[in-house]
Design a protein around this ligand. Sequence first.
Ligand SMILES: C[S@@+](CC[C@H](N)C(=O)[O-])C[C@H]1O[C@@H](n2cnc3c(N)ncnc32)[C@H](O)[C@@H]1O
Length: 305
Amino acid sequence: MLPEVLSLLNPKPGQTIIDCTLGGAGYTSAISAAVGQKGRVISLDADQMAIANATALLEEKGVKNVTLVHENFKNVASVVAEHLAGQADGIVFDLGLSSAQLADETRGFSFQGERPLDMAFGAGEAQSTQHLLNSSSLSDLTSIFRELGEEPQAYKLAKEIITSRKVKPLRTTKDLVDIILKITPPRYKTTGIHPATKAFQALRLATNDELGSLRTALHDSLEILKIGGRIAVVSFHSGEDRIVKQWMKHESTDCICPSTAPVCVCGHLASIKPLTKKPLIPASEETENNPRARSAKLRGAEKIR
Ligand SMILES: C[S@@+](CC[C@H](N)C(=O)[O-])C[C@H]1O[C@@H](n2cnc3c(N)ncnc32)[C@H](O)[C@@H]1O
């Protein structure tokens, strides 16, 4: 959704923009060109592979106005404090997984082939997916699949994982896919969507505490942005979009007292103005070329106080 993100953020020469999700550096490169030599982009990624790839790419292109930081965006406030004197003109999030991560055979983001059960973006910070699958309780596993994956077979899947791991702990993505295929009723096998899609997404979100990081970063982005600065968030998961929507509603509302309160006692003042009434979705050409973009939603806002 790069064109839509650029039009929302509206980066101008000389500005400083924070890209919280560097990935393949597509957004970073476009924003770097828009802010020009007098501007600056500070780009974060929790994944060292993204930092290494972008370092090589930006060097090859001779790009000099980008600072790359290997860090989880839940710590974006301290990254900005360390690298920038003052506030930023924009901040962008393009959440989730990059195509390089999906293709990385040393990790287990894809349900194709047989890979280690490792869905961590950053080594060390996230908990291991393998540990989560082999040690979580029935109720915790069920909640992960139900709440983060909206997986219709959540309880059945969690129960089968527990039965199976008593015989042999799960080690690879294939071990997990085999269990998923075993419990999936035939009617779910013909929908065109792989039966493991939702469970894999849920485990990735849980491994990296992706929703928790998003809540923290949205909260801190108000400190990071200057007045008139803009935020743009692209999400791919209903839980992520809900968090962004609720945050925008809360921060763009003056009084947040219960409707039964006779007078305002909260003193809350709106600090942002939404730029998107409803989330923007990708143009049909983008979804034709990139089916993963089908579920993308973009929301944006401008800081007003
Ligand atoms: C969808 S990709 C971003 C693609 C990027 N906009 C581009 O143009 O190539 C998401 C990236 O965000 C990173 N990421 C996800 N959650 C993160 C977090 N909490 N902190 C830092 N990076 C994160 C992932 O490692 C991945 O590289």
